[in-house]
Design a protein around this ligand. Structure first.
Ligand SMILES: *[C@@H]1O[C@H](CO)[C@@H](O)[C@H](O)[C@H]1NC(C)=O
Ligand SMILES: *[C@@H]1O[C@H](CO)[C@@H](O)[C@H](O)[C@H]1NC(C)=O
Ligand SMILES: *[C@@H]1O[C@H](CO)[C@@H](O)[C@H](O)[C@H]1NC(C)=O
Ligand SMILES: *[C@@H]1O[C@H](CO)[C@@H](O)[C@H](O)[C@H]1NC(C)=O
Length: 435
C-alpha cells in the first residue's frame, strides 16, 4: 500500500497534465496554488462556473458545510476521504487549501459551556447541521488547537447530549428526538473522520452504527410503505429501500424525498470511504462487516431508483422526481417534478461506488448508465446558465413546494460539484468513460 501510493499519485498527475487541453475555462492550475487541474474533463456544461457560484450562494450552516466538502473534493482531492491515502491528513498551510479558507471564513466559534450543538455555527435548532463544518474544523485544528477543541465539543454534544431515538439514533433536532435523512450527510461523516484522525475506534464504529439505525427507522418497507395514493400497492413495493424524509413528533414527512435520499446515500458513502481508509488498527475485527453493511444500505437505496425509472424519473426532463413516489410531475404541477439536486447527489454516489464498490457498480451496470444519463442531461437543454446557475432544483427551504426552483439553490450547486468530483475521480481511476 505505502509502496504503491506515491507511484499512483505520479500517474494521476501525469494523466491530469495530459488532460489539461480538455479544461473548460479555468485559469492555469498553478494560479490557484494547487498542483493539478481540478477540472480536467468536460462534463457537458461549464463546471467551473457552477463551482464558483456554489461558493457564493450559501447562507445557512449546512450549506456552508456542504460547500466546504464539495470544494475540498474538487480542489484538494488528496485530503478528502476519496483520496487514495487520506490518513493521517497532512495540511502544511491551511490558508493554501481553498475549502479550509472558505470554512474558516464561515465558522463562528462558540466555545461556551452552553453552546450545545452550535459550537461551530448556529444550527437553528438542528444538531447535525453545524457538524457539517466539523471535518473542516478537524483539519484546521492541525495548525490551530482552538478548532480541535471546537471539533471535540461538537463530537461530544452529538454522542453525549443530543436526544436519541428509541433505537439509539442521534436526533437531528435538539429539542425532540426526530430523524431527518439530511442528518446522515451532516453528522456521521464528521464523526467518522474525527474518529479516524483522533484514532478513536469506538467513535468510528458509532458513526457506522448511526447509518444503520437511521436506515432502520426511515427505510420504506412493507410495514411502512410509500404514502402516495397514486401508486398501486405493487408499485409501492418496488420503491421499498428508499428512505422517508422525516419521522418524529414535529415535522414528519413520509414522502420519499429525492434530496433526502441523496443526503443519506452521500453521507453513507463518505462513512464507507472513511472506514475503508482509516488506519487499520481502528477497524480490526469489524471492518469487513461494516463495509458490507454500508454497501448493502447503499445498494438498497440505488436499486429502486434505477430499476423503476418509470416511477422515479420525470419523463418531462429526465431527472429524478422531487418526491420519487409521486407521478404528478412537471407537466401536471405536483410534487413529482424532475429536479437536479437529488439527481446529481445520487449520481455522485454511483460514481464514488464505481471506485469503492466495483463489484456492485460495474462499468456495464444500470447504476452507471443512470449516473451518466443524469450528467449528460444536465449538459443538455439549458440546465446550466452562463453564470453557472443550475435549474430546476428542489426548493431547498420548501421541500413540499410544487414549483421547481430556478433562482439558484445553494445545495443544488454543491450537489453538481460533488457529482463532477465523483465523475472526474472515476475517469482518472480508469473506470468511467470520459465523454
Ligand atoms: C486560532 O483560531 C482562533 C479562532 O479563529 C483565533 O482567534 C486564534 O488567533 C488562532 N490562533 C492562532 C495561533 O493562530
Ligand atoms: C471516543 O469516542 C467516544 C464516543 O464514541 C467518546 O465518548 C470518547 O470520549 C472518545 N474518546 C476520546 C479519547 O476522545
Ligand atoms: C397518477 O398515476 C398515473 C399512472 O402513472 C399517471 O398517468 C397520472 O398522471 C397520475 N396522476 C396524478 C394526478 O398524479
Ligand atoms: C397534482 O398536483 C396538483 C397541483 O399541485 C394538485 O392540485 C393535485 O391534487 C395533484 N394530484 C394528485 C393526485 O396528487
Amino acid at each position: 500500500m505505502s509502496m504503491s501510493a506515491p507511484s499512483t499519485r505520479l500517474i494521476l498527475s501525469f494523466i491530469a497534465i495530459l488532460s489539461v487541453s480538455y479544461s473548460v475555462t479555468g485559469a492555469p492550475a498553478t494560479k490557484r496554488g494547487i498542483q493539478h487541474d481540478p477540472f480536467p474533463f468536460f462534463p457537458g456544461f461549464d463546471i467551473q462556473a457552477v463551482a464558483d457560484l456554489s461558493e457564493q450562494l450559501p447562507s445557512h450552516s449546512w450549506e456552508y458545510g456542504f460547500a466546504s466538502e464539495a470544494i475540498l473534493e474538487i480542489y484538494n482531492p488528496e485530503l478528502s476521504v476519496y483520496g487514495s491515502n487520506p490518513f493521517p491528513p497532512l495540511v502544511i498551510d491551511p490558508s493554501s487549501v481553498k475549502a479550509l479558507a472558505y470554512a474558516q471564513s464561515k465558522i463562528q466559534l462558540n466555545l461556551s459551556p452552553n453552546a450545545g450543538a452550535n459550537v461551530l455555527i448556529d444550527g437553528d435548532g438542528a444538531t447535525g447541521d453545524p457538524a457539517s463544518l466539523g471535518l473542516s474544523a478537524t483539519l484546521l485544528g492541525l495548525s490551530n488547537s482552538t478548532y480541535t477543541k471546537a471539533a471535540e465539543l461538537t463530537m461530544g454534544y452529538l454522542v453525549g447530549s443530543a436526544p436519541r431515538w428509541s433505537n439509539g439514533a442521534i436526533s437531528h433536532r435538539a429539542d425532540v428526538a426526530e430523524l431527518w435523512s439530511d442528518h446522515i450527510y451532516m453528522a456521521p461523516p464528521f464523526l467518522a473522520y474525527y474518529a479516524a484522525v483522533t484514532l478513536n475506534s469506538t467513535l468510528l464504529r458509532e458513526a457506522v452504527h448511526q447509518c444503520s439505525l437511521y436506515r432502520d427507522v426511515l427505510v420504506a418497507s412493507a410495514s411502512n410503505p410509500s404514502v402516495n395514493a397514486n401508486l398501486t400497492n405493487a408499485e409501492k413495493a418496488e420503491l421499498n429501500g428508499l428512505w422517508h424524509h422525516i419521522i418524529g413528533p414535529q415535522s414528519t414527512d413520509l414522502g420519499l424525498w429525492s434530496t433526502g435520499n441523496g443526503w443519506a446515500a452521500g453521507g453513507i458513502t463518505r462513512v464507507l470511504a472513511t472506514v475503508m481508509k482509516a488506519p487499520v488498527v481502528l477497524t480490526l475485527g469489524w471492518k469487513d462487516e461494516a463495509v458490507s453493511t454500508l454497501k448493502a444500505i447503499l445498494k438498497e437505496i440505488l436499486d429502486p431508483l434505477v430499476s423503476y425509472q418509470e416511477i422515479t424519473v420525470d419523463p418531462f426532463n429526465g431527472f429524478l422526481r422531487n418526491y420519487l413516489d409521486d407521478r404528478n410531475g412537471t407537466e401536471t404541477g405536483g410534487h413529482g417534478f424532475g429536479e437536479i439536486s437529488g439527481s446529481s447527489m445520487l449520481a455522485a454516489v454511483v460514481y464514488r461506488l464505481a471506485v469503492l464498490a466495483p463489484e456492485i457498480v460495474t462499468p456495464s451496470s444500470p447504476y452507471l448508465a443512470f449516473a451518466e444519463s443524469i450528467r449528460t442531461t444536465i449538459g443538455s437543454g439549458n440546465h446550466v446558465s452562463a453564470d453557472g446557475l443550475v435549474a430546476p432544483t428542489a426548493d431547498p427551504l420548501c421541500w413540499q413546494c410544487t414549483v421547481p426552483f430556478t433562482s439558484g439553490s445553494p445545495e443544488g450547486q454543491s450537489f453538481v460539484v460533488a457529482m463532477y468530483a465523483g465523475w472526474r475521480d472515476c475517469v482518472l481511476a480508469g473506470i468511467c468513460p470520459n465523454n
